[in-house]
Design a protein around this ligand. Structure first.
Ligand code: SF4
Length: 556
């Protein structure tokens, strides 16, 4: 689709600069401990993890209005709680109103699902919490979490009790700390797996999540671990990633990537050229997080991600500091991973496991499910002999461990819930962030718009089979990874044909992860209104089909 993509995108790397030269960066490791902004101040005043006690003993009893503002818009995130947007406030007011005017007095609650790993009992518990406390809401996120909405502060202790009874938590699901650890959703079962990263995901979680050692980072910290040859964890855009690779002498292990991230200055992670054996992943992870904690920039929130330090240091210096100051030993040099073995990285469909049973991946529309349906999925899995489910970074789900003679029945049961196992490319690869329904930063609607776009494209283009990703964001942030999509849609207000301000999108084309990873380019001046969106996408895809050469895929 080169015709509409001016030039191949590259990672937007800020110029390299000697770290620490600027006294104002607030790096602890350079002796700068004075808080330089309000976020650093509230983190210094009290650890985000400590808010749990106040939620349990004060706020849940005295109600929303009793919550201290620096807890409400700060520390509660360390327990997965964000205030949600008051209904009916249009996107034009997002940047105008004060935070308290946007607050609905209900919360979004993010349940972390490390490695996307769920048991039947856990999924059933989430379904029940959704039904009982969250008005039935449940969204699968593009980081394998499940998010609930309409949560009242009064109900939070009871929700924690119910989730924690089945081994789930909301600890550090948001906030300036190590977020959910993304893992290959088919770890330990895929027939083509290079190495199973599950023990590393579990060790990092058990040793470090909820620990004060890393509960005050400059900003959020994202981790990905996958030993799958399809590289199914978007490792290129995580702060740290471990990617399965076979070392010619030492065998299967992980290639270490550092410093990826999206948002307003997207940057692909860089390889440090180091091979890490499974048993050392947690220690190396802790070293990388330690560097971020100690040397990460804390002065400006928009420069407080690891990617900025990585851009200034470069991979060689980063590796040297990691080895000398944090690990006390050299890392083993290692090879780069092979290119991903498949364009699809979502595991949708029916696939044979290494033990001869099958896993079945299915596609909700844009990750939107609901509590009652999640409970039905749990029952369906159990009735077909499975106790293991997975969420994926593509907002999809997988049921593992299905005997061959039970597959057809399971597929029929899923499709009766409108979860297709052989979906159209549109249903399979359209992502949408939370958007204006609940997000206080949103400018436009996303979930319903995405679902309608899928339905419309399926109706208009029933024979289109090319893998094409369409990612929809409700604002200039990057929660739905628009820069890495074939068609990325960044929500903003645009002018319609009559000159009226309406909801719409700035279009980015040609992004990709995996093969030829790079960021989509903003097409100058190309904005579409929400109403025009199906027509626009249909036009782009029809032109691609008509003009493509043999073997050409959408992003090339
Ligand atoms: Fe909210 Fe913007 Fe993120 Fe969407 S991209 S969830 S609108 S912050």
């Amino acid at each position: 689709m080169a015709a509409t993509t001016p030039e191949r995108p590259v990672a937007a790397a800020p110029p390299r600069r000697k770290a620490g030269r600027h006294r104002g960066e607030g790096q602890w490791g350079m002796g700068h401990h004075t808080p330089l902004n309000a976020n650093e101040q509230f983190k210094k005043d009290d650890d985000g993890l400590n808010v749990r006690t106040r939620i349990e003993t004060i706020y849940s009893k005295a109600g929303f209005d009793s919550i201290d503002p620096s807890d409400l818009r700060g520390r509660m995130r360390w327990w997965g709680l964000y205030t949600q947007r008051k209904p009916g406030i249009d996107g034009g007011k997002t940047a105008v109103l004060a935070p308290e005017e946007l607050d609905d007095k209900h919360f979004m609650l993010r349940v972390r699902v490390d490695g996307g790993r769920l048991t039947v009992r856990q999924l059933r518990a989430i379904g029940e919490v959704s039904e009982e406390y969250a008005r039935g809401t449940a969204d699968i996120t593009d980081r394998q979490n499940i998010q609930l909405h309409w949560i009242r502060i009064e109900d939070v202790p009871a929700i924690w009790e119910k989730l924690e009874a089945v081994g789930l938590s909301t600890t550090e699901a948001c906030g300036d700390c190590p977020r959910v650890i993304i893992g290959s959703p088919v770890a330990g079962v895929a027939a083509d797996e290079i190495i199973d990263g599950t023990p590393a995901v579990e060790e990092i979680h058990d040793r470090y999540i909820g620990s004060p050692e890393f509960s005050n980072l400059p900003r959020k910290f994202k981790t990905a671990v996958s030993g799958s040859p399809v590289q199914d964890v978007v490792h290129e855009i995580n702060d740290v990633a471990f990617v399965g690779v076979v070392h010619p002498e030492h065998g299967p292990g992980f290639d270490l990537w550092v410093g990826g991230g999206l948002s307003t200055s997207p940057r692909l992670a860089e390889r440090l050229g180091a091979w890490v054996p499974l048993a050392e992943v947690a220690d190396v992870w802790a070293g990388v997080v330690g560097i971020f904690r100690d040397y990460g920039y804390r002065r400006l929130r928009n420069r407080a991600r690891l990617k900025y330090l990585m851009a200034d240091w470069g991979p060689a210096r980063f590796r040297q500091v990691l080895e000398e100051e944090y690990l006390g030993r050299k890392l083993v040099d290692g090879p780069a991973p092979d290119e991903p073995s498949s364009r699809w990285r979502d595991h949708v469909g029916v696939h044979r496991q290494r033990d001869g049973r099958f896993y079945v991946g299915f596609a909700p529309r844009v990750g939107r499910v609901d509590g009652a349906t999640l409970t039905k999925v749990a029952e369906l899995a159990e009735a077909h002999g499975s106790d293991r489910l997975r969420t994926t970074v593509e907002q999809k789900m997988i049921i593992l461990d299905v005997a061959e003679d039970r597959v057809d029945s399971l597929v029929a049961g899923l499709e009766a819930l409108d979860f297709q196992v052989a979906p159209s490319p549109f249903r399979r690869a359209t992502l949408a962030c939370t958007g204006i329904e609940f997000c206080k930063l949103a400018i436009v609607e996303t979930k319903a718009r995405g679902a309608r776009l899928i339905d419309e494209l399926e109706r208009r283009m029933p024979d289109f089979q090319e893998p094409v990703s369409i990612n929809i964001n409700g604002c200039p942030n990057a929660c739905a990874r628009i820069q890495t999509a074939d068609i990325g849609l960044k929500g903003q207000l645009v002018l319609d044909e009559h000159g009226n301000q309406v909801e719409g999108y700035q279009v980015h084309l040609g992004g990709a992860l995996g093969l030829e990873a790079g960021f989509g380019r903003k097409v100058r001046g190309l904005k579409v209104t929400s109403d025009e969106l199906p027509d626009y996408v249909e036009r782009v895809l029809t032109r691609f089909e008509a003009q493509r050469e043999a073997g050409e895929r959408f992003a090339t």
